[in-house]
Each structure stands twice: as C-alpha cells, then as structure tokens.
Design a protein around this ligand. Structure first.
Ligand SMILES: Cc1cc2nc3c(=O)[nH]c(=O)nc-3n(C[C@H](O)[C@H](O)[C@H](O)COP(=O)(O)OP(=O)(O)OC[C@H]3O[C@@H](n4cnc5c(N)ncnc54)[C@H](O)[C@@H]3O)c2cc1C
Length: 430
C-alpha cells in the first residue's frame, strides 16, 4: 500500500493541470495514467496544433458551452483563458491568436504543450505512473481514501477524477471514470456525441458528388419533424460522403444528437443558405448582369463564380435544368428554382456520427452533485472531479480544453486544501 497526498486519475489536460496546481501548493501528488504517455488525446487536438483556448471574455466562453456552461463560471473566473496563456508562456510555450479567437501554440505543435506540462510536473515533484489503470475508488463512510489500480492500493488525502469522456477511445478515454463515480452514488446523465458531424441521406451527398467540397460562412437551419426551427448555425462546412462536417456542422450535430436521444431514428430537415450575404434578387441581378454583358457560359458555370463548381452542378441538376443550359435557354420558373436552392438547399438529416467519433462527449457526471466552487463531490468527501468526465460540453474553438484546464486547476487546488486538512486532522489525533 502506498501513501500519497493527492492522487490524480487521468493524464489529460484536466488531470495534468490538477496535478500541477496541487503540487504547486506544496502537496505530494501522484498522477496515474493508463497510457504509456500523457495527453494522448491532446496530441491530436486542433489537427495536431492544439487549439488550447479562446482569446475571449468569460461570458463568451460560457455562451460557447451549451452543455452546462454556467456550472463552470466560477472555475473559469479562477483560471481564465488569459491565465492559461500566461501559465504556458512561463513554461516556454508562447501562444498566438487565430481567426475567431482560437489560441494555438506559436510552434503549431500540440506535442510542445504536452511536453512542457510534463516537464513542469516533473519539476514540481509529481510522481507520474504510466500504464497505471485505476479500477476503482476506495471509499469508506462516504470519504474517498484512495484508489485501487490492479494489485496496487494507493491511499491518499484526496483524489481527483479526470478520466475524460468516451470519444476517440483509442486515446484512453473509455469512460471508466463514469463507472467509478456511479459505484459510489453519482448519477451519470445520458451520454451523447457533442461537437459531432451530421449524417444526411440526400443522394447527391451519399453518391459523393460533393465529397470534399468546403463552404465558408454558410447558414444552416435545422427543423424538427413538425417544421419548427430547432437550431441555426453559421460558419464553415465540408461535405463528406455521409453528410456534413466542419465547425458549423459540428455545432449543429449536438442538437441533432439530442433530438435522436429523445426520439431515436427521427429524421430532421435542414436548409442551407449557401450565400447568406446575397438575397435571391441580388444574385439574380448579378447573374443577369453577366448575361447582359455578353457572358455566354452555362448557368452552372455562371454560378460557379460564387460557389464551388461541383456544388453548382448539383444545384442545376436538382433544379431540373439541363447541365449545359444557358440563362436564355431556361424559363423563369427554372431560374427561380435554382436561386431558391442556393438560398434554401434542403438536407435530409438522419443523425450524427457515433460517440466514438465525436470531438466531445455530452452528458457525464451530474453537475448537481458537484460543488462548482471546489469541483468537490457533494456525495463523497475527498473526491474532486474535472474535465470531460463532467456533464459539461462546449463548442469547438478551444472551449473544451479551457473547461478541462479551469476545472482541473480548481480541483487540484481544492484537493490540495482537503489533503492538508486531512493531514492536520490526523496529526491532531496522533
Ligand atoms: C480529434 C479531437 C480534436 C479535438 N480538438 C480540440 C481542440 O482543438 N480544442 C479543444 O478545446 N478541444 C478539443 N478536443 C476536445 C478535448 O480534447 C477534450 O475536451 C479534452 O482532452 C478533455 O480533457 P480531459 O483531461 O478531461 O480528458 P482526456 O483528454 O480524455 O484525458 C483523460 C485521460 O485519462 C486517462 N484515463 C482514463 N481512464 C483511466 C483510468 N481508469 N486509469 C488511468 N487513466 C485513465 C486517459 O488515458 C486519458 O489520458 C478535441 C477532441 C478530439 C477527439
């Protein structure tokens, strides 16, 4: 049996930050990670560049956390995006801001961030035990006394559970933390894929006619089966052979997944405005202007001045216009059908990609059972929770990582305080 101050389960951003903060407060910390390295998921974030936070104010961060954003209000104030950037700078990782406030390391290397955190943990004297899969929490009289990992028992003054969600399971996030918490009375709200690509069954999509075509700033409205608007998003998308991906589609995916959770198998209607900055009249005027100036190209090729040629070809076909027809060769009705498709391209949305492929896991340990000021369990003393294992999920843009770092920071700080309290109690009785 090993005696420790704070035990942290999981070496993702939440766990690493919890361990770093507890150690900085002078407590002995042991981090148990089942992989043979830290931050395996972090290494693939932001396409390997690690979009680690967003350079914005707390209100905007919360507005980008549709899954219980208010719960992390206190943690975000305690450790802000600016604090994170400052902290990383001190570790030798300068950061830069890109479009929409997304923050990346200047090096564009997620590996640099993980290495810097790992080195900091070492400097702070944190013991990192790799290939250490935790099987359960040791709890007695509603107090967490340590953890069990295989044949090893680790006793501790406080434990931080930071095992992540269930997406991309090959990175180590396989959901064991939920079972550990449930075993001692915590409720797990239903898990669902959040920040996830949507699937469509429109033939022109599944037949790969637009696979790989990307669009910027499109607007997509999602309707339920009763025709009521459920969600609307604007941003970039990319067509795949099964549907839509890209930031705007991922944001929409959350609403689709929740609709599917309420009514499995439900089909939803989507409408895409491919050129939201242009009214149909304006677009018609511009097309006509080209024709009046002597442009004799087909309608499809004219449209391709505003949108990708492969998509223009699909729209012309959907409008029942012959592929090479010119403006003068089609009637007014056909032109109107084509312009209507540009502004309201119908999409048959069948669902989302599975949880394993989602960027984030929605649902998790019920936040009502956790004190947002300390990240401490309200059910088990000495147990603290951080990161994606919680029922908190954010949009893409660096917000999920910020949630992990902020909740990790608070959990580490609280675990250190709890641990000192426990030691004081023990010393008083000795
Ligand atoms: C492809 C992809 C790209 C992403 N890009 C971004 C991005 O650019 N920006 C952003 O903000 N977010 C991004 N995310 C989301 C972000 O990576 C997560 O929200 C974040 O990593 C959650 O941190 P965490 O520490 O809570 O969990 P994780 O990073 O999942 O870490 C949990 C750790 O716990 C370990 N573990 C689990 N169970 C046990 C156990 N029983 N015993 C011991 N160890 C255990 C795991 O091995 C893992 O290392 C992305 C996610 C994916 C999948």
């Amino acid at each position: 049996m090993q005696e420790n101050g704070v035990i942290v389960i999981g070496g993702g951003p939440a766990g690493m930050m919890a361990a770093a903060r507890a150690a900085a407060l002078g407590v002995q910390v042991c981090l148990l990670e089942k992989n043979d390295c830290l931050g395996k998921k972090m290494l693939i974030t932001g396409g390997g560049r690690c979009n680690l936070t967003n350079d914005t104010d707390i209100q905007t961060v919360i507005a980008n956390i549709p899954g219980n954003g208010k719960f992390v209000y206190s943690a975000l104030h305690r450790f802000t995006p600016q604090d994170l950037r400052h902290f990383l700078l001190k570790l030798g990782v300068p950061t830069k801001v890109e479009d929409q406030g997304r923050v990346f390391p200047v090096s564009d290397r997620a590996g640099q961030v993980v290495q810097a955190l790992e080195q900091y943990l070492r400097q702070q004297g944190v013991t990192v035990r790799y290939k250490s899969q935790v099987d359960g929490l040791l709890v007695k009289d509603r107090r967490c006394l340590g953890v069990q990992a295989g044949s090893h028992t680790f006793r501790a003054g406080a434990v931080v559970l930071a095992t992540g969600g269930m997406s991309y399971p090959h990175t180590g996030s396989t959901g064991e933390g939920y079972a550990m918490a449930r075993r001692w009375g915590h409720n797990i709200t239903e898990l669902f894929p959040a920040a996830v690509a949507v699937t469509c069954n429109d033939a022109w999509i599944t037949e790969r006619q637009v696979q790989g075509v990307s669009l910027s700033g499109v607007k997509i409205v999602l309707y339920n089966s009763g025709g009521k608007v459920m969600a609307a998003e604007q941003g970039d998308v990319i067509f795949t052979h099964w549907g839509l991906s890209g930031p705007a589609a991922l944001r929409l995916g959350r609403a689709v997944a929740l609709a599917q959770q309420r009514q499995p198998g439900v089909m939803l209607k989507g409408e895409m405005d491919i050129l939201p900055d242009q009214s149909p009249d304006l677009l018609a005027k511009r097309l006509l202007q080209r024709v009046q100036e002597g442009d004799r190209r087909s309608l499809k090729n004219l449209l391709a001045d505003w949108l990708p040629e492969r998509l223009a070809r699909v729209l012309v076909k959907l409008a029942d216009i012959s592929p090479d027809a010119t403006w003068g060769q089609v009637d007014k009705g056909a032109c109107q059908r084509l312009l209507a498709l540009v502004k309201k391209l119908p999409l048959q949305i069948t669902g989302t990609r599975p949880l394993a492929e989602a960027t984030v896991t929605g649902g998790g340990i019920n936040i009502k059972e956790i004190d947002p000021r300390t990240m401490g369990s309200r059910l088990i003393k000495g147990l603290f929770l951080a990161g994606e294992v919680l029922d908190v999920d954010a949009h893409t843009g660096g917000y999920n990582m910020q949630v992990a770092f902020s909740t990790g920071y608070v959990a580490g700080e609280s675990a250190a305080a709890c641990c000192k309290e426990t030691l004081d109690e023990r010393n008083t009785f000795m």
